[in-house]
Write a protein that binds this ligand. Sequence first.
Ligand SMILES: Cc1cc2nc3c(=O)[nH]c(=O)nc-3n(C[C@H](O)[C@H](O)[C@H](O)COP(=O)(O)O)c2cc1C
Length: 189
Amino acid sequence: MLRELVLKNRSYRRFYQNERISKAKLIQWIDLARLGASGRNAQSLKYAVINEPDLCDQIFENLAWAGYLSDWNGPIEGERPAAYVIMLNDEKLSRNYFCDDGIAVQNLLLGAVEDEFGGCILRAFKEKEIREILKISKDYSIIQVVALGKPKEEIVIEEMKNEDIKYWRDENGVHYVPKRKLDDIIIDI
Ligand SMILES: Cc1cc2nc3c(=O)[nH]c(=O)nc-3n(C[C@H](O)[C@H](O)[C@H](O)COP(=O)(O)O)c2cc1C
């Protein structure tokens, strides 16, 4: 069921780091991204695939995790992502990727979730450092980093109260994500 997959597709930030993900598997998920809608059908998105532990360590150093959890510095060693997909825009093909990036990353993550993996979109990253580590040419802008792995955390969706949009964790490490009520996002016209 699509609804079940969408519900399960949370932003996971703690993983079983030793559960590695093959490049072939990552490319299968990218294939789902490839099949998404594209403004002007320009299809300017490209992807760098990283699953080597050494490279993963280097990428990890340049990411910012869960801004609302001020007392948490991101996943500890052993719970870090097993792979990353770096989404790029090929500026030679099109300077404007409209909203292709969101459609593509959702398709990719749904593929991961269907395969019992999961991930997190990261837009807070050190662009210059990641560009250098991966030797990404100036022809590509870096749009986002998608961290991937076998989830090792429980995430609960809750109803938003008092307009508080901040996710939070309880004493057992369960991660809660407030969502607005359906009634509150449909306007009367
Ligand atoms: C455009 C975008 C950028 C995001 N950037 C980050 C980020 O840099 N670091 C992070 O930990 N999470 C990031 N997230 C994850 C959001 O915090 C997450 O989607 C939100 O808390 C809701 O949780 P959910 O995805 O489980 O519904 C990003 C999500 C989106 C859509």
